[in-house]
Structure formats: structure tokens, C-alpha cells
Write a protein that binds this ligand. Structure first.
Ligand code: UDP
Ligand code: MG
Length: 138
């Protein structure tokens, strides 16, 4: 059993897609074991995306992700890291497969509706960034 972190980014919240994203998880037998809405500060966004701090898009990305409320969720299931990435689609919506969240709803490579952890190590860090052990249902 694997865990991953999902975020409905500010563009997804503004477009009214929280329910749509959750529906796709539920339809695909992905269990949500923790969830909350929060509005990150720029500093908190920089901490979350620290892995990207040398990238040219770091400042713009952290401004974007702190521009409005987000919904953070812990997902659980077999192979859930990859299964969530498959539901999300490629980072750039232009490259995303039909039927993926990003292909269906994203405006740009930056404003791409959802985040998903990419490996067990990043999932562990990202989940602990938002949730303590008592906040994640078994
Ligand atoms: N991003 C961007 N420009 C790029 C690449 C990424 O603005 O050229 C943003 C985008 O919002 C992406 C996030 O930075 O989702 C993290 O990038 P990553 O390569 O980890 O993509 P992801 O794992 O989200 O598909
Ligand atoms: Mg990533």
C-alpha cells in the first residue's frame, strides 16, 4: 500500500474543479485518507517546492501556488503514486493524453490544476509538509 500527496492548485479551485478531481479519484478506487484547504504563504510555497529552487520557473511557480486557496489530500492505494500521475497527465497540458485532468482543464505548463508526488521519498516529504500522523486516516 502506497501513499501520495495530491494538491488541487489555485487555478483548479478557482475553476470549481475540487469535486471533479475528487470524483476522478473515487471512480478509480483511489482512497482519500486526509484532506484540507489552505492558502500557502510565499515562504511556505518555497519550502514545499524547494526541490525546484534553482529552476527558472521557481519564483513564478511559488507566486502562483500561493495566489489562492489550495486543497491538499493524501491518497492511498496500490501503486497510487503512478496511478495519480496517470490521471493527472503530463506537466504541460499540450503533451497530456486525452481524458487526463491536465488535458481536460489546464491552461498552461504552470497553471496545470493539480500536483502529485513523483516517488515514495518525495511523497513522504510532501505528506509530512501538510499533515501530521494523527491527521491521516489509516
Ligand atoms: N512548472 C512550470 N514551468 C515548467 C515546468 C514546471 O511552471 O517549465 C510548474 C508546473 O506548475 C509544475 C510544477 O512547476 O506542475 C512542478 O514541476 P514538475 O516538473 O515537478 O512537474 P509535475 O511533477 O507537477 O508534473
Ligand atoms: Mg513534480
Amino acid at each position: 500500500m502506497e501513499r501520495t500527496l495530491s494538491i488541487v492548485k489555485p487555478d483548479g479551485v478557482k475553476k470549481g474543479l475540487i469535486g471533479e478531481v475528487i470524483k476522478r479519484f473515487e471512480k478509480n478506487n483511489i482512497r482519500i485518507t486526509a484532506m484540507k484547504m489552505l492558502h500557502l504563504t510565499k515562504k511556505e510555497a518555497e519550502g514545499f517546492y524547494a526541490v525546484h529552487k534553482t529552476k527558472p520557473f521557481f519564483d513564478s511557480l511559488t507566486t502562483f501556488i500561493s495566489s489562492g486557496p489550495v486543497v491538499v489530500m493524501v491518497l492511498e492505494g496500490e501503486d497510487v503514486i503512478k496511478r495519480n500521475r496517470d490521471l493527472m497527465g503530463a506537466t504541460n497540458p499540450k503533451d497530456a493524453l486525452p481524458g487526463t485532468i491536465r488535458k481536460d482543464f489546464a491552461n498552461s505548463i504552470e497553471s496545470n490544476i493539480v500536483h502529485g508526488s513523483d516517488a515514495p521519498e518525495t511523497a513522504a516529504f510532501e505528506i509530512s509538509y501538510y499533515f501530521n500522523a494523527l491527521e491521516v486516516c489509516g
